[in-house]
Design a protein around this ligand. Structure first.
Ligand code: HXC
Length: 284
């Protein structure tokens, strides 16, 4: 079934701006990840989607490849970001089959609602392993390819092409602290820190590293998990100054901006896309 462009991409962007570029994304079959991938593929990129679930990952790749005639979208299931070796093998295979890695999105994440008293040490560790260690593993597996891409596509470039860009999908919980989300809050604080370090270490090579910070995004697995709590439902209802829930297109458009020629000098920062919701979260 085809998804209308208006659901994953605004009209602001010109076709072909990511032609001959390759996206490598973890969590690319998820609600936000598939919208990000769809947007980049629509605008010319090929993509390699990484996921734990084989069927879900391959199905998403097949659906996204229909966005643009000639698009190549590889779905590599059975890859867990907690395993560096399997991630490295996936990155190498992506380059072998699609030719390069120009953009990386670290989108794989784990979440559930639990108070600290209900978190076993292993439960806390599970989220740190997926979000934080998973992001580190993704950086480690792809950074040599991003350095090569940045060298081929210096930013800014007269022809408007880009490459060598890393984006993590983070959260804003740690800006204020968040009840029932101590594990995710801690994990994402570390993700922010990793992106800052990549920006500093690899900025001189032309690589950029940033976070996109989604707010409450309607229809996502994350929201289904978080909104199942009465506490979070009421917080969300009164909490978005822009007066609406976010949608996956909001995050896809922010991603396109950061990877586009317009985002050349955006490095080591967090682009918060949440209708100012974080300013009222955590009881603030
Ligand atoms: C307390 C829980 C729990 C819960 C699991 N655990 N669910 N503890 N409350 N609701 C505990 C388990 O008992 C176990 O601890 C430990 O966590 C690991 O659980 P496993 O099931 O063995 O781990 P695993 O199969 O690796 O699954 C990881 C997971 C799972 C994080 C627990 O939910 C998962 O795979 N999630 C991936 C998909 C996902 O979460 N998507 C939403 C992302 S949204 P013990 O001690 O018993 O061994 C998102 C949004 C962020 O991240 C912010 C938005 C603004």
């Amino acid at each position: 079934m085809s998804v209308p462009r208006s659901e994953y991409l605004s009209k602001s962007w010109a076709d072909g701006i990511f032609a001959n570029r390759v996206l490598f994304i973890t969590g690319g079959a998820g609600s936000i990840g598939s919208a990000q991938t769809r947007a980049l593929v629509h605008l010319g990129a090929d993509a390699c989607i990484i996921g734990r679930n084989v069927e879900k990952t391959e199905k998403a790749a097949k659906e996204i490849s229909r966005v643009r005639k000639g698009a190549r979208v590889l779905g590599l299931g059975g890859v867990d970001v907690r395993s560096f070796d399997s991630l490295k093998a996936a990155a190498d295979r992506c380059v072998k089959e699609l030719g390069s890695i120009d953009y990386v999105i670290a989108g794989a994440a784990g979440n559930f609602i639990a108070p600290i008293s209900g978190l076993s040490p292993n439960a806390f560790k599970a989220v740190i392993d997926i979000d934080t260690i998973g992001t580190f593993n993704t950086i480690k597996a792809t950074i040599p390819y991003l350095i090569e891409s940045a060298a081929r596509n210096p930013n800014p470039n007269d022809d408007g092409t880009t490459g060598g860009r890393f984006l993590s999908v983070s959260a804003s919980f740690h800006y204020t602290g968040m009840p029932l989300q101590a594990h995710v809050s801690a994990a994402k604080a570390a993700v922010d820190s990793l992106m800052a370090s990549v920006a500093l270490e690899y900025g001189p090579y032309g690589v950029t590293a940033n976070c996109v910070v989604p707010g409450a995004i309607a229809g996502t697995e994350g929201m289904q998990r978080l909104a199942s709590s009465k506490l979070d439902k009421s917080a969300a209802n009164k909490g978005v100054p822009s007066g609406r829930w976010g949608n996956v297109r909001d995050i896809a458009d922010a991603t396109v901006y950061i990877f586009s020629d317009a985002g050349n000098y955006v490095n080591g920062t967090n682009l918060i896309v949440d209708g100012a919701g974080w300013r009222r979260q955590g009881g603030v």
